[in-house]
Design a protein around this ligand. Structure first.
Ligand code: UTP
Ligand code: MN
Length: 501
């Protein structure tokens, strides 16, 4: 396969990235109702609207002309308005579909009947699992995370944080099996439509093993789990977290250092250990890399990498994948997928991209003298290192900087950002897009489903049917969209923002 990946560490000039456009539609003042939509989806949609030049209010006020709801009935929205001391008078109560269509078209679309909130409750998504507060009804969810719609909303964060910490500890200790078990259990709780209050609600749920159930029971009964608390405080866990937080350091290296008495960055610096170039850069930029990357930064970086791609191959396309494609507002890195509409033309794109980025110091000067106001000025410092070069898979570190002219004059601060670049031939693009959008557990569950339920092998390159057809072997199944891959797997299509397992 000629798919290549490149992990980079970029130096990035920090500044307030202008995320909004001036209000283009002064007669339309929008407010998104958080109820049922969830805080993170609301924040994501609001930011999207502002970028498109809409006025989206953070707080409700009498000036609001359009109230946007998701899965609320007209009565619920009216009751909410009354609770704010405002009536419906003169206001549109609209379904989120009106909002998303307006975002798509770049202007407020005509309000049709189907956009208006329904009077009757219309059942939606997980409503078959809805619980009546007065009695304990067990939850029910399908067994594979890739069969579940899971947004960023999480009603059981206390429980899932605890299980995720145990998963992380297991993964850092090279106990992957235990890690996956905790991850699966956390994903089941994350998919529930409300908070678990009673162990009996969990009866019959998949993926909840004895160990996970004990942890959940502890937290429901005592507010904390002693195992989680002692893990969190253990010297070994703390040391593993700090050391593997260095770009280029995995759990095996961290474990070896710990056995040699190295538990923190200072001890590592003092130890005289030989570090490879990736690790040296990882240590140098440790604080930057630990700091989450915002969506605004990811989009600024997209602009820059997009320009680099366009320069080396004008027809090539670039897509933001990973957590940001799933609607996350922050990430530990920025993931891009690059392809070319003509099969084969993506060959050699990665090395060209790398040398273009490496030679950007002069580009920086050229852009600097540009007269365009608000022009994003880019400066790529230098490629620090690659941590892994295996055939066409490249993982590495890269430094880059980016400046607005104004910020440049004021003197901002450089920061390092991890960036993953993946180049895929167009024939594999749908598989790469699906494979790099995540979440990690969602991907793992897709592959488990493919193998166990369908006798197929799924990767970010291809889908292969292992079942013998006519004579000797299986066959590759083509797909040009994510929707087609889900269909081949016999799964209902789950959009990216609902793959947050
Ligand atoms: P990330 O680790 O970047 O996860 O991998 P994320 O969901 O974007 O999380 P944050 O927001 O950065 O913290 C993104 C996707 O790329 C795949 C993972 O399986 C995940 O689906 N991936 C990552 C690979 O396939 N191979 C890798 O070497 C790394
Ligand atoms: Mn990512």
């Amino acid at each position: 396969f000629s798919q290549g990946t490149l992990s980079l560490l970029l130096m990035y000039k920090q500044q307030e990235v202008a995320a909004t456009q001036p209000n283009k539609f002064p007669q339309v003042i929008l407010f998104l109702l958080e109820r049922k939509m969830g805080a993170s989806r609301r924040a994501f949609l609001s930011q999207l609207g502002r970028r498109k030049g809409f006025q989206v209010e953070e707080l409700f006020s009498k000036n609001v002309t359009h109230v946007i709801c998701e899965s609320n009935t007209a009565q619920e929205a009216r009751m909410w308005l009354e609770a704010q001391g405002a009536g419906q008078a003169g206001r549109h109560l609209l379904d989120v579909s009106w909002y998303t269509e307006s975002m798509r078209d770049g202007h407020p679309v005509e309000i049709l009947d189907r956009h208006k909130l329904q009077v009757q409750q219309h059942f939606h998504k997980c409503s078959e699992f809805a619980v009546n507060d007065s009695e304990v009804t067990p939850f029910s969810v399908p067994g594979y995370a890739c069969q579940r719609r899971c947004t960023l909303e999480n009603h059981n964060a206390v429980l899932t944080d605890a299980l995720s910490l145990l998963a992380e500890n297991a993964e850092l200790s090279d106990e992957d099996g235990r890690g996956v078990a905790f991850r699966r259990a956390a994903a089941v709780l994350k998919a529930l439509p409300s908070a678990v209050t009673n162990m009996s609600q969990l009866t019959g749920l998949p993926c909840l093993g004895g160990h996970s159930l004990r942890v959940i029971k502890d937290i429901l009964e005592n507010g904390t789990s002693s195992e989680v608390e002692s893990t969190k405080e253990s010297e070994r866990f703390k040391a593993l977290k700090v050391l593997t937080g260095i770009f280029g350091v995995g759990s095996k290296t961290a474990d070896r250092w710990i056995r040699e008495g190295i538990h923190n960055l200072q001890q590592l610096r003092d130890s005289g250990q030989t570090l490879n170039r990736a690790q040296q850069a990882g240590l140098e930029h440790y604080d930057d890399i630990k700091q989450p990357v915002s969506l605004a930064e990811a989009e600024a970086i997209r602009g820059i990498v997009g320009r680099a791609v366009a320069s080396v191959s004008p027809e090539a396309q670039i897509v933001l994948t990973g957590g940001f494609r799933r609607g996350k507002l922050t990430g530990h890195d920025v993931d891009f997928l690059i392809t070319h509409p003509e099969e084969g033309s993506e060959v050699g794109l990665m090395p060209k991209l790398v040398s273009w980025l490496e030679s950007r110091v002069s580009f920086y000067a050229a852009l600097l003298i540009s007269k365009q106001p608000k022009m994003i000025v880019v400066m790529f410092k230098s490629i620090v290192t690659f941590s892994k070069i295996l055939l066409n898979v490249i993982s590495g570190i890269f430094l880059y900087g980016q400046k607005f002219r104004a910020v440049l004059e004021m003197g901002g601060r450089w920061r390092a950002v991890r960036v993953d670049l993946v180049v895929s031939p167009i024939s594999q693009f749908a598989f790469a897009l699906l494979g790099w959008t995540g979440s990690k557990l969602f991907e793992r569950e897709l592959r488990r489903w493919a193998g166990h339920e369908k006798g197929m092998s799924l990767s970010s390159h291809a889908l292969y049917d292992n079942k013998q057809l006519s004579c000797l072997q299986g066959r590759y199944i083509r797909a040009s969209s994510e929707e087609e891959i889900f269909a081949h797997l016999g799964l209902e299509f789950i959009p990216p923002n609902e793959r947050n397992a």
